[in-house]
Design a protein around this ligand. Structure first.
Ligand SMILES: [Zn+2]
Length: 408
């Protein structure tokens, strides 16, 4: 188990010293020095690094004049680069980023047609949704309308799964993204309600006395954010649910909390006894965002406490030997940012800072030495340094940070 992550030897809390004082320290390792700097100083360095990383990501995934797209998705492909550029534009206000973002979405638009994929992260819905929002920021009404019209033509097929990456939950997330960033009810509540009905109906079919909603993907009852309960419940809580449906969501989350591993981690699927994965996709980190949302929606202490418990698991076992947001340190850092947003507790911000400093100070060396995996798609948003760049940008205004394409 230990070879999946680095043992966390970072002190529980390091008080911040004045910049000058820390800069004059010549002994000790560079990581300790970095971590002792004031938050603002670290955030400035992260911003600088993020903008450099963004350039690298663009160069490697898009080139100078654009490439024929092999992979258009936000998960491992070009739309992820566009999403990163949109974030960079929000951070710096640099119009060049917005224009390049728009060009890339346009290329994704051609590549994604007829793909039959209906989600934000892995499908055409993500292309149309981001395309519409970017066009709105560019003041291009015609293009915005084009993407919205295309979006409205996407119909999740009858046999589509319910999970986030390929299923109904991922389609609904795209609807919420549009309604949040363009205007409320751009995608009508009736349209979304029909999809919610399908999800609830499917969940009831596999329900048990203990767990009111359950789903399968490729024959397995997954629990995590990418393919399972955590992701589906997370999206459902953004919908207008009936009181009995809210109770079903609550009951499902209580079932998960009750049946988590003694270590505090969560199984990747129903009945699994392998306490191995501490990822956003599988395991406790993905569940954390759902619990944070449940604490906000239901205002209940039980979900807040469960979310805080996940924070401990991620602190102890979350320094993964990968960088990305899906199953890497960057994604796990967002757990602390989410907990910080929920509680305002400075210790969570310290923990986010510590993981981000680890990434900034050590990752390049560790990858080049072969001690850390660069990712199968090393520049992508979900598996590679694209996600790390996104995190670094989010660290600038930590209370506004949102896990990319997952926290609204
Ligand atoms: Zn993953």
């Amino acid at each position: 188990m230990a070879d999946r992550f680095f043992p966390n030897e970072i002190p529980d809390f390091i008080p911040e010293t004045a910049v000058e004082e820390a800069a004059s320290v010549t002994t000790g390792d560079s990581f300790a020095k970095l971590l002792s700097l004031p938050y603002k100083t670290v955030a400035d360095r992260l911003k600088r690094a993020a903008l450099e990383l963004k350039e690298t990501v663009v160069r490697e995934t898009w080139g100078v004049g654009g490439k024929r797209l092999q992979d258009y998705t936000l998960y491992t492909g070009a739309l992820g680069t566009a999403y990163l550029l949109f974030k960079a534009y929000q951070v710096t206000g640099n119009k060049e980023d917005l224009n390049l973002c728009s060009d890339i979405v346009n290329a994704c638009d051609s590549a994604s047609r007829g793909s039959g994929r209906v989600t934000f992260i892995c499908g055409q819905a993500g292309v149309c949704a981001l395309g519409a929002v970017v066009a709105k920021h560019n003041g291009d009404e015609r293009l915005c309308k084009h993407y919205l019209t295309q979006f409205k033509e996407i119909k999740p097929p009858k046999d589509v799964p319910n999970e986030l990456l390929y299923g109904r939950a991922g389609f609904l997330w795209a609807c919420s993204f549009i309604n949040k960033n363009i205007s409320k009810d751009t995608i009508s509540p009736t349209r979304m309600r029909a999809v919610v009905d399908e999800i609830i109906k499917a969940g009831k079919r596999l329900a048990s006395k203990e767990c009111p909603l359950m789903y399968e993907w490729h024959g397995k009852k997954y629990w995590g954010a990418a393919h399972g309960l955590a992701g589906i419940m997370h999206v459902l809580m953004d919908m207008e649910l009936k009181p009995n449906e809210l109770e079903d969501v609550k009951g499902t989350l209580r079932y998960m909390i009750k049946n988590r591993f003694p270590s505090g981690n969560y199984p990747s699927s129903e009945g699994s006894e392998t306490d191995l994965l501490v990822h956003w996709c599988h395991g406790a980190p993905g569940v954390a965002f759902t619990l944070v949302k449940a604490a906000e929606v239901f205002g209940a202490e039980e979900f807040l406490q469960a979310a805080v418990d996940v924070g401990e698991v991620v602190w102890n076992r979350g320094l993964l030997k990968r960088v990305g947001v899906c199953h890497g340190i960057s994604g796990n850092t967002y757990v602390f940012l989410s907990l910080y947003r929920l509680t305002g507790n400075a210790n969570f911000l310290y923990r986010a800072k510590a993981f981000a400093c680890f990434l900034l100070d050590k990752v390049q060396k560790l990858i080049s030495e072969g001690k850390m995996h660069g990712g199968d798609r090393p520049y992508s948003l979900f598996e590679g340094i694209g996600g790390m760049a996104y995190l670094f940008m989010d660290m600038i205004e930590p209370s506004g940070a949102r896990f990319p394409a997952y926290e609204l």
